[in-house]
Design a protein around this ligand. Sequence first.
Ligand SMILES: Cc1cc2nc3c(=O)[nH]c(=O)nc-3n(C[C@H](O)[C@H](O)[C@H](O)COP(=O)(O)OP(=O)(O)OC[C@H]3O[C@@H](n4cnc5c(N)ncnc54)[C@H](O)[C@@H]3O)c2cc1C
Length: 459
Amino acid sequence: MKGNINTAELENGFNGNVIKPGDDKYEEARKIWNAMIDCRPAFIVQASNSDDVISAIKFARKNNLDITIRGGGHNIAGNSICNDGLMIDFSKMKKVKVNAEKKTAFVEPGATLKDFDEEVQKYGLATPIGINSTTGIAGLTLGGGFGWLTRKYGMTVDNLLSAEVVTVDGKKLKANEKENSDLFWAIRGGGGNFGVITSFEFRLYPVGPEVFAGLLVFPFKEAKQVLKKYRDFIVTTPREFNSWVVLRKAPPLPFLPESIHDKEAIVLPVFIESNFEKGEELIEKMRGFGKPAGENFGKMPYVNWQQAFDPMLTPGSRNYWKSHNFTNLSDESLDVIIEYVNKLPTSQCEMFFAYLEGKSNEVPVDAMAYPSRDLKFILNVHGRWESKEEDKDVINWAREFFNKSAKYASSGAYVNFMTGDEKDRVSKAYGSNYNRLLQIKKKYDPDNLLKYNQNINPL
Ligand SMILES: Cc1cc2nc3c(=O)[nH]c(=O)nc-3n(C[C@H](O)[C@H](O)[C@H](O)COP(=O)(O)OP(=O)(O)OC[C@H]3O[C@@H](n4cnc5c(N)ncnc54)[C@H](O)[C@@H]3O)c2cc1C
């Protein structure tokens, strides 16, 4: 432990909190979303502004401490925390400031998706972000970011207008298309490799406040037919219509018959951003995929839908995820999916795929670091469980599925869904953008001080 280092230099003039092992707030402050990760940093520095970040970086460098950065603490690989290092924790910097006239928002890096959506929706505005409201806007944005608005408005990074970045040499830089444009290119997908972001500026769009959304559920015995029909249908739908697939044991939702509770099921969430009438016609077509076991649709506030999956994704469980990109889903890939849903190791495990065709596919691969512009479906295997004794079974299930389905996947990988043991996948994830990322990393962080991420290693 490095707790005997004198912190006076850091605390002098520091506006935030410095938390050390043994302090009252330490145990709470070191918790992150994935309970598999159990690290004990020497210092947790809860910054309150960018000057605090500069002090924290200088202090870490002087005392030879590893640096990690925590936005919302959701990253599955647990990169926001390490043993004996200094964690820059943004949980006290959550402000979201909207300019309704310009349809833009400045966002501090500790804001969660809930903080963001609730503030921008006061003005009837939104931008594409993820589907679990406790996720951090910072990590999500830096790796790409997708959600229910992606078909229509692109990835989160496609809507990032500028950022304020504190570099490892303690400089505060503005990054946008004109200023430090190489840095701006890199942070739009390149993760936390290049500096510490202290502010994000996003473009916003009129959305809601009401959307039409809900769930259509089929019994798993119809999986082959339903999944094929879904695949052929979804590619014909307009961009304001979204339907994804969740394959899991059915939770005891009130609109589902008891006979299906805790049995494998096909859940088709649907989100219709506008043109509800056309959307309802499309839902009617979806009912014909098989014999639905239940459904629950209606108009609701956009922010409610953005929080609808939170109960399934609460913090504190053990998690191991794997993910592939697909340009199409062949019959054979669906067969492998069905095979592994039939072997779900726990009732919390699931497979999920999102259909993201649309705006993101129109952006050139080299426009920014995020490269997966041919991606139409993203598939994520959520291994999720409670006790350590189950680690091996669940991890093996996720890995086996991942390996067996790899031959059907397209190039690239989503860095935000990568676990800690996928370091050799990073260059593949960035494909033809990797070399440029490496050059920019060499310029802004040549000694790889920011290495707790899906690392672009310059050494
Ligand atoms: C339940 C759940 C649901 C999800 N749903 C979606 C989804 O719908 N769409 C989607 O696109 N992704 C989704 N994700 C993935 C998510 O985007 C990543 O886990 C992301 O890393 C979370 O960001 P965070 O700030 O919460 O993470 P953290 O763990 O806090 O940070 C992750 C990494 O980001 C970097 N970082 C964070 N803040 C900063 C900063 N201020 N400056 C520089 N670097 C920083 C650091 O390298 C850090 O290690 C989901 C994840 C979970 C666990």
